[in-house]
Write a protein that binds this ligand. Structure first.
Ligand SMILES: Nc1nc2c(ncn2[C@@H]2O[C@H](COP(=O)(O)OP(=O)(O)O[C@H]3O[C@H](CO)[C@@H](O)[C@H](O)[C@@H]3O)[C@@H](O)[C@H]2O)c(=O)[nH]1
Length: 245
């Protein structure tokens, strides 16, 4: 795809991120990417993140949009709704990232350049390729869980992706169309794994570029036992039939 100035939509799911969202929006607005849009997908956050997002959209109606959903329905559903909206609105590239500033906004221009200049269906910001890292203050329990999850997922699905659970990616719109978003069923962090699996199953290439993953300063992770259980079961479900779409 040769797009000289692609329309880029950054989809950000939010649940209780009111302290983080304005800072993220400001960093995105400062990026040297000409046609960049922010789409916040908020699940009626009790802390008022939705109203914060509305204010940002009122201040910058051409570049900030908000998708309000009625209740907390999981990160995967939020991404699917946001990606579908971004495609409907003509995005050429869809970036997905967390709201909590753990993903480096400054890496986005290079991720987009890499995506469009190389034979990649998606570029993934990776902690586990040479040059990538996690913040020293990321809890050891999360580090251990992340290392285990990557070993587990790759052993079952043979994705050959070093950071298979990463949540920071730049997608070609064509890749998202090929993946068939409405049939994606994972909802927690295994959403990331299912999206990778669908990409690889179609013979499309995932390219990993190094990033530094910071520990969030404001707010809390939404990791729960249910999310972890889903993450344990999903690779098996994908391996034995579901998920090729
Ligand atoms: N709308 C919506 N947003 C949600 C929901 N659950 C989480 N989010 C949002 O999704 C983003 C990631 O959620 P966190 O809870 O902060 O994620 P994490 O535990 O730090 O996990 C990150 O790293 C994992 C790999 O280690 C990734 O798999 C995961 O996607 C994420 O990037 C944040 O912006 C958060 O507000 C939900 O139910 N609804």
């Amino acid at each position: 795809m040769a797009v000289s100035s692609p329309k880029v939509t950054v989809v950000v799911p939010t649940y209780n991120e009111r302290e983080n969202l304005p800072a993220l929006a400001a960093l995105l607005a400062d990026l040297p990417v000409p046609d960049l849009h922010l789409l916040v997908v908020d699940d009626n956050s009790p802390d008022g993140t939705g109203e914060v997002a509305d204010k940002l959209a009122t201040e910058s109606p051409d570049t900030v949009g908000v998708l309000h959903r009625t209740a907390k329905d999981g990160l995967g559903r939020a991404y699917l709704a946001g990606m579908a909206r971004a495609l409907d609105e003509g995005a050429d590239v869809v970036v997905q990232m967390d709201a909590d500033l753990s993903h480096p906004v400054s890496a986005i221009p290079a991720m987009i350049d890499t995506l469009l200049s190389q034979d990649a269906a998606v570029v993934l910001g990776s902690r586990y390729v040479p040059g990538g890292s996690t913040a020293a203050d990321w809890p050891w329990t999360r580090k251990a869980l992340s290392a285990w999850a990557n070993f587990y997922v790759n052993a079952i699905l043979r994705l050959r992706v070093r950071d298979a659970t990463a949540g920071f990616k730049a997608w070609r719109a064509d890749t998202l169309r090929a993946i068939d978003l409405p049939s994606v069923h994972s909802n927690g962090y295994s959403f990331q794994v299912e999206m990778n699996y669908r990409t690889v199953s179609r013979g499309l290439a995932i390219l990993e570029v190094p990033i530094r993953f910071e520990e969030r300063v404001q707010g809390a992770s939404k990791m729960s036992l249910g999310v972890q259980l889903e993450s344990a079961l999903t690779p098996w479900k994908l391996r034995f039939g579901q998920g090729r779409g």
